[in-house]
Design a protein around this ligand. Structure first.
Ligand code: NAI
Length: 764
C-alpha cells in the first residue's frame, strides 16, 4: 500500500471499483430464451455472451432460428391492431412507465452494460442509460401528440429492428421508443456480442405492463437478423450497423414494399482551425475518438488540423493521450474500457498494421494485456492510407493538416461516408460556413458526440438514410394512411419507326441535356402511339445519355447555392411560360393537365422559400438546427399516367428545394415532357438543372439508380420498385417509391431534402 505522502507525490488515481454484484445476481436469470408475446421462451441452442474485460462467460443466450423469428413476428402482428388502436395518450402512459422503470433499475442497467460491452461504467452510467431514459420520455410525448402533429399518418405495422453492439441499450431505445409511440409493434434483434441489456429490457416491459407481443426480442447472430429482414410479415426494417450489412439489407428488401432506414458507418472529420481553443479541441478529441473505445459510428476519427497549429496541437494531444487510463471498465477512474470482442480487437490491429505498412507513423498510449487497445494516433498518412479511408471502430485517430478552409472542406469530404463532422474555431462565421459545406448528417461546432432525443441523427452518402430522434425520427415510423391505387406499369416499347405517317404533326423531339436539345447517343428514335395513332417520335435514350445528363446536372451546382426566393422567381416564370405555350403543349396533353401543371409550378414556387428548418430544444446549451439540405443530383423516374403533370409533379418539388434532376418521362407518352424543353429554355432555368432522357424506362432507371453521382432517387413506376432499390445499394442512395405520382405536398418536399443537424453553442 502506498503511503498518503507517496500518493500525494504521484497524484495517481487509486482504484474506484463499482460492485457488480447487482448484475451478477440478475445473470442468474439465465440461460435465456427469447422474449416473445410477453414471455420468455425456453432456451434453445445457446451461445455465450462474454465480458471482454475479464474474458469470462457472463450468460448463455439463444441463437434465434427462422421459426423463432416467425413466432415473434406473429406475436407482433397479433398485438398490432389493439396497440395501434389505443389512444396516443394510452400509449404515452406505457412509454412513460417504461422510462420510469428503467430509471428505477438504472444502476443494474449501467453495470450490466459495462460487463457485456466493456465500456467504462462512467459512460454507461452517465451517458447510455440517461439518454435511453430521455428517449422514452421524449417519445411518450410524441405518442401523446401524434394524432395532432402527424395528421393523416399512421404506423407501418410490424417493425423489424436490428441493432449493433456499441450502444446496446441506447440503440434499443432509439429503435423501440419511436416505433411504439407511432403505434407500431416490434421485433428487435440485439447484437450477438451484447444481448443482455435487451433481455433486461424485456423484463422491464413485463414490469411496466406493456401488452404482450408489442415488443419482442429475439437474440442471435447475423443469420437471425437476415431471417427477420426476409420475413414477409415485417412492414419496416430499421438497421444500425456496418455499411456492408446495410447494403445487403437494401438488396434483400428491394421490391418487398418494406420501409427501410439505415444508420451505417462513418469516418467523420474533426476539423481544427488555427484560431480554435486548442485545449478545448484536445478534450474534444478525447470525446470524439476515445469515448466508448472509439466504437462509435460518428467518432471523429480523422483529425484535420490547420498547418499553422498542427505541431502544437499534436504535442498537446500526445500529452493528453499519456494521461488516459485504459483498463477495467468497472473502475470509475477508467477512461477507455475493453474492446467489445477479441474479433473486433483483431480487426483494429489488422487495420492499424495496414496503415503502418502504408507509411503511417503510430503514436500510442498504454493499455493492459487482454482485450484492450491503447489510444492511438497515426500521423504522416496519405488519403489512400487504409486508416484514413476505412472505419476502424477502435480508439485510433489519424491526423492530417490543411492550409486553407477550402482544403479543409475538400479533405473532410474525401470519404464515401457522411455521418458527422466536428468543427473547432472561435470564428463562428467560418465555422458556420464550413458546416454548410461538409457532407454530414450531423455537425457539431466546438463540440462533439452530443446526442439528444430531440435532435435528428443520421447520415448522408454511404452512412445511410433516414433520421432518428426528434420529429423527423418519428416520421420514419409513420406512413400516409391514404391508400393510393398503383399507377399502371409501363407497357412494352412500341416498335421502332415504321413508315407510318405522323398525323398532322411534324415535330422533332430531342433529349434535353445541359440546357440544350440533344440527339440520343444511339441516334435512334421510337414511335409514340396514342390510341393506336402515331403521335410522333421520341429519342431512344441510353446509358450514355443518362451519364451525360448526370454530368450536366452535377455541373449545375450554382442552382443549389442560390436562395429559395431566387428559385421561386424562376418557378413562377416557368408557370407563366407554361401558360403562354399552352397551345403547343395542347398537342400532347389535355388542357386540364396543362392547367394543373401551371398551378403546380406556382405551388412549388410558393414553397421554395418556405420549407423551413427547425430549431430543436436539446438538453445542452446549444441551438440545434435541423436544416433541410438538397441532395444535389437526383434521379426521377416519372410515371406513365398524365405524362405532363406526372413529369412536373416530380421535377418541380425536387428543383424548388435546390436539387438538379435527371428525369425519365413516361415511356409510352414522353412527348409532352420533351416538348417542355422549349418552355424550359426560355424560363431562366439554368442549364443542367432539369435534364430529360426518354427511352426504355427500365434500362434508364437502372443506370440512374446505379449511378454514384446520383444522390437520391424517386420512382413513380411501381413495376420498377425492386430494380431501383436493388441497383441503388451501390452508393446507398435513398429511394422514394412515390406513393401518389400526381400528388403534391410536404411529403414531396421532405423526400427532396435530407436533414443536416447543426449544434451551435448558445448561452453557455
Ligand atoms: P454488423 O453490421 O455485422 O452487425 C450489426 C448488427 O447486424 C448485429 O446485430 C448483427 O447480428 C446484424 N447482422 C449481421 N449480418 C446481418 C445480416 N446479413 N442481416 C441482418 N442483420 C445482420 O457489424 P459487426 O460485424 O459487428 O462489426 C463490423 C464492423 O462494422 C465494425 O468494425 C464497424 O466498423 C462497423 N459497425 C458499425 C456500427 C455503426 O453503428 N455504424 C455498429 C457496429 C459495427
Amino acid at each position: 500500500m502506498p503511503t498518503v505522502t507517496e500518493i500525494l507525490d504521484t497524484m495517481d488515481y487509486g482504484p474506484a471499483l463499482e460492485s457488480d454484484a447487482i448484475a451478477r445476481d440478475w445473470l442468474a436469470h439465465g440461460p435465456f430464451g427469447h422474449f416473445i408475446n410477453g414471455q420468455f421462451t425456453a432456451p434453445g441452442a445457446l451461445f455465450d455472451s462474454r465480458n471482454p474485460a475479464r474474458d469470462e462467460v457472463l450468460a448463455q443466450v439463444t441463437q434465434g432460428t427462422a421459426q423463432d423469428v416467425d413466432a415473434a413476428v406473429s406475436a407482433a402482428r397479433a398485438a398490432f391492431p389493439a396497440w395501434s388502436g389505443l389512444s396516443g395518450h394510452a400509449r404515452a402512459r406505457h412509454l412513460y412507465a417504461i422510462a420510469r422503470q428503467i430509471q428505477k433499475r438504472e444502476r443494474l442497467f449501467a453495470v450490466l452494460e459495462t460487463l457485456d460491452n466493456g465500456k467504462p461504467l462512467r459512460e454507461a452510467r452517465d451517458i447510455d442509460v440517461p439518454l435511453a431514459v430521455r428517449h422514452f420520455y421524449h417519445h411518450a410525448g410524441w405518442a401523446e401528440l401524434g394524432a395532432e402533429e402527424f395528421v393523416g399518418q399512421g404506423p407501418h405495422g410490424v417493425c423489424g429492428q436490428i441493432i449493433p453492439w456499441n450502444f446496446p441499450l441506447l440503440m434499443l431505445a432509439w429503435k423501440i421508443a419511436p416505433a411504439l409511440a407511432a403505434g407500431n409493434t416490434v421485433v428487435l434483434k440485439p447484437a450477438e456480442y451484447t444481448p443482455l441489456t435487451a433481455l433486461l429490457f424485456a423484463e422491464i416491459c413485463i414490469e411496466a405492463g406493456l401488452p404482450a407481443g408489442v415488443v419482442n426480442i429475439v437474440t442471435g447472430d447475423g443469420t437471425t437478423g437476415a431471417a427477420l429482414v426476409a420475413h414477409s410479415g415485417v412492414d419496416k426494417i430499421a438497421f444500425t450497423g456496418s455499411t456492408n450489412v446495410g447494403r445487403e439489407i437494401r438488396r434483400a428488401t428491394a421490391g418487398s414494399g418494406k420501409a427501410l432506414t439505415l444508420e451505417l458507418g462513418g469516418k467523420s472529420p474533426f476539423i481544427v482551425f488555427a484560431d480554435a481553443d486548442l485545449d478545448a479541441a484536445v478534450e474534444g478529441v478525447v470525446d470524439a475518438i476515445w469515448f466508448n473505445q472509439g466504437e462509435v459510428c460518428c467518432a471523429g476519427s480523422r483529425i484535420l488540423v490547420a498547418e499553422a497549429v498542427a505541431a502544437q496541437f499534436e504535442a498537446k494531444l500526445r500529452a493528453r493521450m499519456d494521461s488516459l487510463r485504459v483498463g477495467e471498465p468497472l473502475d470509475k477512474s477508467t477512461d477507455i474500457g475493453a474492446i467489445v470482442h477479441p474479433r473486433q480487437l483483431a480487426r483494429i490491429r489488422e487495420l492499424v498494421a495496414q496503415g503502418q505498412a502504408a507509411g503511417g507513423v503510430l503514436y500510442q498510449g498504454r493499455a493492459p494485456e487482454g482485450c484492450f487497445f491503447p489510444p492511438a494516433l497515426m500521423v504522416q498518412v496519405s488519403p489512400a492510407n487504409p486508416c484514413v479511408s476505412e472505419e476502424i471502430f477502435g480508439p485510433v485517430a489519424v491526423l492530417m493538416t490543411f492550409r486553407t478552409p477550402e482544403e479543409a472542406v475538400e479533405l473532410a469530404n474525401t470519404t464515401r461516408y457522411g455521418l458527422a463532422a466536428s468543427i473547432w474555431s472561435e470564428n463562428l462565421t467560418l465555422a458556420m460556413d464550413i458546416a454548410a459545406r461538409v457532407k454530414a448528417g450531423v455537425v457539431w461546432i466546438n463540440a462533439t458526440n452530443l446526442f439528444d432525443a430531440n435532435a435528428p441523427f443520421g447520415g448522408m452518402r454511404e452512412s445511410g438514410f433516414g433520421r432518428e430522434g426528434a420529429r423527423s425520427g418519428m416520421g420514419a415510423y409513420l406512413r400516409p394512411m391514404r391508400i393510393i391505387a398503383p399507377a399502371p406499369a409501363p407497357g412494352p416499347l412500341a416498335p421502332l419507326p415504321q413508315a407510318a405517317p405522323v398525323s398532322g404533326l411534324d415535330r422533332t423531339h430531342k433529349l434535353y441535356i445541359g440546357g440544350a436539345q440533344k440527339r440520343a447517343d444511339a441516334g435512334q428514335s421510337y414511335t409514340v402511339l396514342v390510341d393506336g395513332a402515331v403521335q410522333g417520335h421520341a429519342p431512344l435514350g441510353s446509358r450514355k445519355d443518362i451519364r451525360n445528363a448526370v454530368e450536366a446536372a452535377h455541373k449545375a451546382s450554382a442552382w443549389t447555392a442560390i436562395s429559395g426566393h431566387q428559385r421561386a422567381q424562376v418557378l413562377y416564370f416557368l408557370g407563366e411560360n407554361l401558360a403562354a405555350r399552352a397551345d403547343s403543349l395542347r398537342a400532347f396533353a389535355p388542357l386540364s393537365e396543362i392547367e394543373a401543371s401551371i398551378a403546380r409550378a406556382f405551388y412549388y414556387a410558393a414553397w421554395a422559400d418556405k420549407f423551413d428548418a427547425h430549431v430543436h430544444d436539446t438538453q445542452s446549451a446549444h441551438i440545434t438546427l435541423a436544416m433541410n439540405e438538397a441532395f444535389g443530383v437526383m434521379g426521377l423516374v416519372c410515371g406513365e399516367e398524365a405524362p405532363l403533370l406526372g413529369f412536373l409533379s416530380l421535377v418541380l418539388p425536387a428543383i424548388a428545394l435546390g436539387n438538379r434532376v435527371v428525369a425519365t418521362p413516361s415511356q409510352s407518352r414522353p412527348l409532352a415532357a420533351l416538348e417542355l424543353a422549349q418552355v424550359l429554355a426560355c424560363s431562366d432555368i439554368p442549364a443542367g438543372v432539369i435534364n430529360i432522357v426518354s427511352g426504355p424506362v427500365a434500362d434508364l432507371a437502372q443506370t440512374l439508380s446505379g449511378h454514384d453521382d446520383v444522390a437520391a432517387l424517386w420512382c413513380a413506376q411501381p413495376a420498377l420498385a425492386e430494380l431501383v432499390a436493388r441497383e441503388s445499394a451501390g452508393n446507398l442512395k435513398p429511394v422514394w417509391q412515390v406513393p401518389d405520382p400526381l400528388g403534391q405536398g410536404r411529403s414531396f418536399l421532405q423526400a427532396a431534402t435530407q436533414i443536416k443537424t447543426i449544434w451551435v453553442p448558445y448561452g453557455a
